[in-house]
Design a binder for this molecule. Structure first.
Ligand SMILES: Cc1cc2nc3c(=O)[nH]c(=O)nc-3n(C[C@H](O)[C@H](O)[C@H](O)COP(=O)(O)OP(=O)(O)OC[C@H]3O[C@@H](n4cnc5c(N)ncnc54)[C@H](O)[C@@H]3O)c2cc1C
Length: 278
């Protein structure tokens, strides 16, 4: 849609001073989807020329904030040689996305939107990702994805701060993964999305609950927990108001599905582990 309050679109390469009413423009799929009366200028990130995906010597993977869903999907299906590779496509497909969104929406825009059903939040939180944030004064800081998103649409992001990239540790990419998603209707927005990762080196298990909750919850266990222990961990960490409530699912249903899918990923991953087939 037309944004009638926008008076200028500036190129981020110009590094002009940040003003009240400015917003970073990623793919624009959220920004142009509803009125933004508080905004005056958009600072376009699309010409920064950042390499979308970089595999570092230590095995970690750096995903630029400007990497699109389409680029990440291609990478997950083609170039990435790692046990966790299938998870990339599963999360890209968890997007309620048209062709335009698929090709324009960015990983950074998805994280900075902070929606509970943000599948790039699910992917990068589950794989223990860290955000690299750059402030207007040039200083940088890192924060775990699971801490970056603090609530529905609430992020750990100061005015003018830019998400530069998300880095996934090489160890996380070596994990075996299990993925479960539930929606109220076919191809609907995720009402619950749970990912399990089993570390092949030490046998630790992480279960990450998203979409059902207002923010990502990552549960890490040094050894796979029992069903009862996992359930108790989720139930004691997620308070009643943190089970998300909107048109895509009631909190009671989301809690039910969150707990059920968490148990399903635990079983899928520990079945093999218990039989010593790793
Ligand atoms: C039909 C439709 C379906 C959708 N389905 C989903 C869905 O299933 N799940 C979901 O999560 N979203 C969904 N969305 C919302 C949106 O498309 C996605 O969240 C998308 O990933 C946003 O990415 P973008 O690059 O287009 O962000 P933009 O629209 O460009 O920006 C989103 C927000 O992030 C900020 N931002 C962008 N990049 C950065 C950066 N690098 N640093 C700091 N701030 C930044 C912007 O200022 C803005 O506030 C949907 C939207 C539509 C229209």
């Amino acid at each position: 849609m037309d944004l009638h309050t926008i008076t200028d679109v500036r190129d981020a390469r110009l590094r002009e001073p940040w003003r009240a009413g400015d917003a970073w423009l990623g793919g624009g799929t959220y920004l142009f989807s509803e009125p933004q009366p508080q905004l005056r200028r958009l600072i376009d990130l699309s010409r920064l020329g950042w390499e979308p995906l970089t595999r570092h010597a230590d095995g970690s993977l750096e995903i630029a904030a400007t990497c699109t869903i389409a680029q990440l999907s291609r990478f997950g299906r083609g170039s990435l040689r790692a046990p966790a590779a299938p998870l990339f496509e599963q999360c890209c497909r968890a997007f309620l996305a048209s062709f335009k969104i698929w090709n324009m929406a960015t990983v950074g825009g998805n994280l900075c939107n902070g929606l509970p059903a943000g599948p790039m939040i699910s992917l990068t939180a589950a794989l223990d990702g860290s955000c690299l944030l750059q402030a207007q004064d040039g200083s940088a800081r890192e924060v775990k994805v699971a801490d970056f998103v603090r609530g529905a649409g609430v992020k750990d992001l100061a005015a003018g701060e830019l998400l530069r990239s998300v880095t996934l540790p090489g160890r996380a990419l070596e994990c075996r993964t299990a993925f479960r998603q539930a929606s109220l209707y076919g191809l609907g927005r995720s009402g619950a999305l749970v990912i399990g990762t089993l570390d092949p080196v030490d046998g630790s298990l992480a279960v990450t609950v998203t979409a059902a909750t207002t923010r990502p919850f990552r549960f890490w266990f040094p050894l796979p927990p029992t069903a009862a222990r996992l359930r108790a961990a989720v139930d004691s960490a997620v308070s009643g108001s943190e089970w998300f409530d909107d048109i895509h699912g009631l909190p009671e249903w989301r809690r039910h599905m969150g707990l059920r899918l968490a148990e399903e990923v635990r079983r899928e991953l520990t079945h093999t582990f218990e039989r010593g087939e790793l």
